[in-house]
Design a protein around this ligand. Structure first.
Ligand code: ATP
Length: 170
C-alpha cells in the first residue's frame, strides 16, 4: 500500500498501536508506523522546571513529528500514523504534513468499560488516562471510517480498514 497514509485517531488503549502493527504485518510493501509517543519519549515531563519549558519541549516534539511525516510522505513507503492528539490545530498540522498523499483518517473507538479493563492490564499506562480522554469533542470529528476495536481483533480491524480503502479507491 503506497502513496496513501492511514491515520489512526482515538483515546489511549483503543488499540491504535496494535492496529498499526497488524497493518504493517499484512502490507505487501513496507510501512512506517509513526507515533507522537516516539518523539515525546525523548524528554521527560518530570524534568521540566516550568510550564513554559514543558510547552517548549512539546512544541519541539510536534515539529519533529511533522518533519518526519513530510520526509516519509515524500518516499515510497506506506504510512500509518497513530495519534491521540486532541488539539485540533496540531492535528491539522499533521494531516497537512502528509500532503500530497491521499489520507484516510480512521476514528478508533471502544466502550469505556473495555478501555479501562485494557488499561488495568497495561504496565505502561497509568489508570485514568483513557477515562480522561474518552468522550473528548476532538474524537467526534468527521472520519473516513470508524472502527470499534471491541468488536474485532487487531488483525480483523486491519482487514476492515484495508477493505474500506480498497472500496474507496475503486
Ligand atoms: N482489538 C483488540 N482486542 C483486544 N485487546 C486489544 C485490541 N487492541 C488492543 N488491545 C489491547 O489493548 C491494549 C492497548 O492497545 P494499544 O497499545 O494498541 O492501544 P493504543 O490505542 O495504541 O494506546 P496508547 O494510545 O495509550 O498508546 C493492549 O494491551 C492491547 O493488547
Amino acid at each position: 500500500m503506497t502513496q496513501i497514509a492511514i491515520v489512526l485517531h482515538g483515546p489511549s488503549s483503543t488499540g491504535k498501536s496494535s492496529l498499526a502493527k497488524a497493518l504493517q504485518d499484512s502490507s505487501e510493501a513496507p510501512m512506517f508506523h509513526i507515533s507522537l509517543d516516539a518523539f515525546v519519549e525523548m524528554s521527560r515531563r518530570r524534568d521540566m522546571r516550568s510550564n513554559e519549558e514543558l510547552s517548549q519541549a512539546l512544541r519541539i516534539h510536534h515539529l519533529n513529528l511533522q518533519s518526519t511525516l513530510k520526509r516519509v510522505a515524500a518516499s515510497h513507503f506506506g504510512i500509518v500514523l497513530d495519534l491521540v492528539l486532541r488539539d485540533t490545530t496540531a492535528f491539522e498540522e499533521c494531516i497537512s504534513a502528509l500532503a500530497p498523499r491521499r489520507t484516510y483518517v480512521i476514528g478508533v473507538c471502544c466502550p469505556l468499560v473495555v478501555l479501562e479493563e485494557r488499561e488495568r492490564n497495561r504496565p505502561d499506562r497509568g489508570e485514568g488516562l483513557a477515562r480522561s480522554q474518552f468522550g473528548h469533542p476532538a474524537y467526534s470529528r468527521l472520519y473516513s471510517m470508524r472502527l470499534d476495536t471491541s468488536t474485532c481483533s487487531p488483525e480483523e480491524g486491519a482487514q476492515r480498514i484495508r477493505s474500506f480503502i480498497n472500496a474507496q479507491s475503486q
